[in-house]
Design a protein around this ligand. Sequence first.
Ligand code: AKG
Ligand code: FE2
Length: 324
Amino acid sequence: MPTQRFVLQHVTTASVLEYSKDQFVKHLERLEKVDPALFAAEFIAKGIPAIVTDAMHAWPAKDKWTPPYFRHEFGHLGAQLYDNLFGLQSIRPLGEYIDTYFDNHQDNPRGYYVRWYVKFKPLDFFWSDDVFQAIIADWSHPYFLPTTSYVVPFCKPPGTALAHKNPFPYKGIFISARGGRTRLHRDPFGTDAVLCQFYGSKRFTFYQPADDDKLRQGHSYVDPQNPDTHAFPNFIEAQPIYDDELKPGEILFIPSGWLHDVVSVSDSISITWNFAHAARRGPFIKEVCDSANNFDRDMLEFFFSAAGHKGLAPNEMARLAQSI
Ligand SMILES: O=C(O)CCC(=O)C(=O)O
Ligand SMILES: [Fe+2]
């Protein structure tokens, strides 16, 4: 039986893992010509991740936003440098970051990550609001996303909330050298996120919300690349659902509750922001009313205040969410 012997010789542990991975880990659905109402009903309301491939074609940013461009225009400004999750490490001039970490040819580069957020707390800080104002004509609100009926940032019809013009929670320019990583996490307060990829590529892995208890203990998440199996004994039972690479020109939709791990496979420039939309207010209401959930509550206060609702208690935020 030569055929069988051939198979046995080649089924090493690694190939079995590879084989079982191919069985389960899928690429994300890639969409184009997306009707916005359909996107709200089928992806936002149902919490299904997806990639839209045709939303940036007409944006000047697609070719203009290179590392030398950002270095030239904004290199002198202080940018927010983070670790591989959400720990702010320091403020450095953007140009110094690019000069130090980009074009690195080491095997396993690791380093800081520029998450240059717009203001989300009432503090004077090195926010990126002026940078977003300077680049406003280079991009646009993605055509497939709603322009109104947001819970966060609070926006009732006929008002509009447009990503390139208006503040959104955690709206930021993300500049990361190859190897830069955002370790496994889920985004706060039941918010969805969008990641627009302008330069370079990012590999991402998604775990479904139902695996949350195997991957998270309070605010602490397992690192799938180096799992602490004592702290996360059930990690082995969690199976990533999607594994894919976000390419320049593509926009990723990350629905609330999905855990994601993102690595820059090359030097990279992205823009991201979070939102809670009325199409799926449930996760927001649940998390805002959970008094143990105290991560960045001042961010919510900041956004509701900006919409004229100051000093709200959690149940009042939930009531506003119902009112849209
Ligand atoms: O590194 C990335 O692009 C992912 C960022 C992310 O998931 C987040 O900021 O919540
Ligand atoms: Fe995230």
